[in-house]
Structure formats: structure tokens, C-alpha cells
Design a protein around this ligand. Structure first.
Ligand code: TXA
Ligand code: MG
Length: 356
């Protein structure tokens, strides 16, 4: 049985949060909102509950979970060693959408980190998440609350689609603020390595750390397996409908982009496919003459946070649109564009058409 609790994010009913904390303390699983996406929470100190998280999500045991803390008192029970660089980021960015990978404390059960000596940890910037961790009184593991391989959930409805009947409770506070998962950076190496692009930009990390951050191809959403990085071994964000991504070297000529996307759309229309086009606000009008195409607007190129917020919602909506294939415009990879493009490239399963 799954209980769904609607909660006001800014003025949460403490009795509901207390009830969910009790479920977590007794080894149950609770899906809860963060500022990025919904997480599937369990007590970090309860290996059976952590095992259930992997099983319920159908997640490979080698793919480690992020530990969520509500305050710095809990931090010392999670990590063994905190380099000076980490403190600089923590002071500026926590609570917030930044996960630091550091040497783990012996108190973190091996199942949490997939046997790795490192642990990912973050302090979420969401009043309900913080209250839930505080009342549970232990750090919570919380992967995104989706079935493994699917898009991360930005609403409680998405969690219900994937996990209803498998979790004890879902806390519903509506749509999450940012819509993409936290930036993950490994600070145990020199230079630091970006594991997942996210709301905290590489450019920001580099200027705060005063050093280059390595951005491997897999963190840009391109297929490149690295034995040291679990994330690079798995596929993510599978949409219900095949996706083709059209990329350019630069996006100064949007008419050209729209022409290339239209060409691909026409190719599939000619084959008798039902086609969708995922376009930006700036380019959507170019597709009005493609009458048989279902047009989906993902947000403005001038407000990439809008695109980031919509990307998983759009990917999840594709299979209810009665289309056989979706053609998606690419975005400039600078700034937040990197996080967006890494999601779209993975969702396309490398089905990428590159035009000069
Ligand atoms: O925004 C988020 O980070 C959300 C919310 C719920 O907090 N959580 C989330 O967790 O996205 P998850 O498990 O879906 O993604 C965590 C990613 C995975 O790709 C995992 O491989 C990587 O972080 N990761 C976690 N711990 C790691 C570690 N110790 N070393 C390397 N990578 C790690
Ligand atoms: Mg995930």
C-alpha cells in the first residue's frame, strides 16, 4: 500500500512529515520532493532498507546512491576526509543542488556506495526534505524516485507512474523547482571530475575552486565507459518514444536549425511515421507549415532554466502523444546548456544528427 500525502511546501503539516519520518526510521521507503527532482528515501544506516531501494527501482547494485543530510552535524558521519576545496563549495552552495563525492566514513554501509570507497553527499534546498531528514534523525539515501533507466520525476504523478504500490508513502508538494538532478563532482581526484552536469555550472565550480574541472565525454551525455565512474556504465532517461537530436556547432542561425529539424521530420513523415518536434519558443513558429507534425515547446533559449525544468516532463509526455518518433532541437552547451544537452543526448540513445 502506498499512501500519498499532499503537503504545502512552504508551510508543511508537521504531523505528515513526522509520520513519514517514522516510516523511514522503521525501515520503510518514502518518496519526497527536493529542489531538483523527487527522491526515493531510506535510512542510510539501515542496509535492508537501502537494499529495498535498489530492488524497487530495479537499479543495479553497482550504481551508488547519494546520501542526503539536513545539517553539517550529519556530514561527519558520512565522510572520512574533507579537502579544503570541498569546504569552499559547501559554504557557498549548501543547501543546494550540488553533490560532492568524497572519501566515505566507515559508518556508511557498503551497499550505499556500491562497494566504492567514496560517497556522494548533498544537503537539499527544500524545506520538506530538510524537515524529513531532521525528524528522521539520520541521513537518507535518495536516488531519483523513478524506475532505473527512466526520466527523473519532477512531479508526484511521475513517482506514482513508476513506483505506486512499491513504496510506503509519497509526499506530494507539486512540481519541483529546478527539474533536473544535482550536479555531481568528484573531489577526491586532481583535477576534480564532473560526473553529472546540473544546476551548479562547471564554470561556477572552476571559478570557485580556482582550477579546471575535467568534463569527460560521458558527463556531456556521450557514450564513453569509464570503469572508475559507475554512472558512465548505465543508460538513463529512456523516453517511451524514440528521440532524434539535431545538434549544431553553434546556434547563431536558428532558421538553419529549424530547416534541418524539418528535413529530418519530413524524412520520417514520408516513411509514414507519426512525428513530433520538440522546439524552443524562439523557433516553434518555423514548424507551422509542417501540418502533420505534433509540436512540443520545451522553453526559451534565453531562459535555459525553463528548458531544464521542462526536459523530463517533455520526455515523459512523449508516449501519450500518439507519435512514433520525436525530433528534438539541440541547445548551446555553455552554462546550463551542458546539463540540458547531456540529458537529451542520453535520452536519444546517441541518435544524434550533427549539422555544421
Ligand atoms: O538531485 C539529485 O541528485 C537527486 C535528488 C533526489 O537529490 N538524486 C539523484 O540520485 O539524482 P541518483 O541516484 O538518481 O543519481 C546519482 C548519481 C548516479 O549517477 C550515481 O552513479 C552518482 O550520482 N553517484 C552517487 N554516488 C557516487 C559515488 N560515490 N561515486 C561516483 N558516483 C556517484
Ligand atoms: Mg537517477
Amino acid at each position: 500500500m502506498t499512501e500519498v500525502f499532499k503537503v504545502d511546501p512552504l508551510n508543511p503539516d508537521i504531523r505528515v512529515i513526522e509520520k513519514c519520518a517514522e516510516i523511514l526510521r522503521s525501515g520503510g521507503l518514502v518518496a519526497f520532493p527536493t529542489e531538483t527532482v523527487y527522491g526515493l528515501g531510506a535510512s542510510m544506516f539501515n542496509p535492508q532498507a537501502v537494499r529495498k531501494v535498489f530492488e524497487i527501482k530495479e537499479r543495479p547494485f553497482g550504481n551508488p546512491l547519494i546520501v542526503h543530510i539536513s545539517g553539517l552535524e550529519q556530514f561527519s558521519s558520512v565522510v572520512a576526509e574533507v579537502p579544503e576545496q570541498a569546504w569552499r563549495l559547501i559554504k557557498a552552495m549548501w543547501p543546494g543542488p550540488l553533490t560532492l563525492v568524497l572519501r566515505k566514513s566507515h559508518r556508511v554501509p557498503d551497499i550505499v556506495t556500491g562497494g566504492l570507497p567514496k560517497v556522494g553527499v548533498r544537503m537539499p534546498a527544500h524545506p520538506v526534505a530538510i524537515k524529513l531528514i531532521e525528524l528522521t534523525s539520520v541521513p537518507l539515501v535518495a536516488p531519483s524516485a523513478n524506475l532505473s533507466g527512466r526520466s527523473s520525476p519532477t512531479t508526484a504523478e511521475h513517482v506514482i507512474q513508476d513506483l505506486y504500490g512499491r513504496v510506503d508513502a509519497i509526499i506530494d508538494t507539486g512540481e519541483t523547482l529546478l527539474g533536473i538532478e544535482s550536479t555531481v563532482v568528484d573531489l577526491t581526484t586532481t583535477p576534480p571530475i564532473l560526473i553529472r552536469a546540473g544546476p551548479v555550472l562547471v564554470e561556477t565550480l572552476e571559478s570557485m575552486l580556482n582550477t579546471k574541472v575535467k568534463v569527460p565525454a560521458h558527463a556531456r551525455g556521450l557514450r564513453q565507459e569509464d570503469r572508475e565512474v559507475p554512472r558512465s556504465k548505465y543508460t538513463h532517461y529512456k523516453p517511451g518514444t524514440p528521440l532524434v537530436l539535431v545538434e549544431m556547432n553553434n546556434y547563431s542561425n536558428l532558421l538553419r536549425l529549424a530547416k534541418e529539424v524539418s528535413k529530418v521530420a519530413q524524412h520520417y513523415l514520408n516513411k509514414g511515421y507519426r512525428v513530433g518536434v520538440i522546439a524552443s519558443k524562439e523557433t516553434q513558429h518555423y514548424y507551422s507549415r509542417l501540418s502533420r507534425v505534433k509540436l512540443i515547446t520545451i522553453g526559451s533559449r534565453k531562459k535555459l532554466y525553463e528548458v531544464a525544468k521542462n526536459v523530463f516532463k517533455v520526455l515523459r509526455s512523449l508516449n501519450s502523444l500518439n507519435i512514433d518518433v520525436a525530433i528534438c532541437e539541440g541547445f548551446d552547451e555553455r552554462g546550463l546548456g551542458l546539463a540540458i544537452m547531456s540529458r537529451l543526448r542520453e535520452a536519444s540513445r546517441q541518435n544524434i544528427i550533427k549539422v555544421g
